[in-house]
Design a protein around this ligand. Structure first.
Ligand code: CO
Length: 211
């Protein structure tokens, strides 16, 4: 059997199991999704949003990219955010990084990963640049990477708050809450590192007045 065929077999078994547990499950979900959470996570295969949070299909709207970045020119991320906030009316947006992130490690190296990856990793290098004094003071490589993972999550939450999408929702709906979390590959535990409640103060440079 090819490796991919196993996935299809597993899918069949899962479908049957779900149907047995709750015969209305698929019928209900095919009609409507009302997730309360938008998850912006890393594409890393070891950090599956639903598994590590014990959520079921329909409970969490997911966007993943390398190193869980919120890049203000990324149409993919922004359309997911717009849809989740304005149509699904999610109450929480979670940026979840993870310790030992390969994208963060790559951005801390001086290796040339060729144009497209260089372009993406540049966004992480820019976060390092903001905190370089603190980071350069950490001698241990693993600790320095893990601290950048935390700081990167924090910056990406700020990036969310800097969008007109979030600022308009804060003004009109007093929602959503923004969260920055970091997942530990070694213990499977999530550590919350920051939170922004609706209408938290942001850098005036990024504040929109005429929403
Ligand atoms: Co990663």
């Amino acid at each position: 059997m090819n490796a991919y065929e196993k996935l299809l077999l597993e899918n069949k078994a899962w479908s049957e199991e779900m149907h047995q547990e709750d015969p209305e499950f698929f019928k209900r979900l095919s009609a409507l999704q009302t997730p309360e959470f938008l998850w912006i996570g890393c594409s890393d295969s070891r950090v599956p949003a639903d598994k590590i949070t014990g959520t079921q299909p329909g409970e969490i709207f997911v966007h993943r990219n390398i190193a869980n970045m919120v890049v203000h020119t990324d149409v993919n991320l922004l359309s997911v955010l717009d849809y989740a906030v304005n149509y699904l009316k999610v109450k929480h947006v979670i940026v979840c990084g993870h310790y030992g992130c390969g994208g963060v490690k790559a951005a801390m190296s001086n290796q040339d990963f060729k144009p497209v990856l260089n372009m993406w990793l540049r966004n992480i290098k820019d976060v390092y640049h903001i905190y370089k004094e603190e980071l350069n003071g950490i001698k241990d490589d693993e600790h320095r990477t893990d601290r950048l993972v935390e700081l990167n999550v924090k910056e990406q939450v700020y990036h969310l708050a800097q969008t007109s999408i979030i600022q308009r929702a804060w003004k009109n709906d007093n929602s959503p809450h923004l969260h920055g979390w970091v997942y530990g590959l070694k213990d499977g535990l999530i550590k919350p590192v920051m939170e922004m409640t609706p209408n938290s103060p942001i850098d005036p440079l990024y504040h929109y007045e005429d929403l």
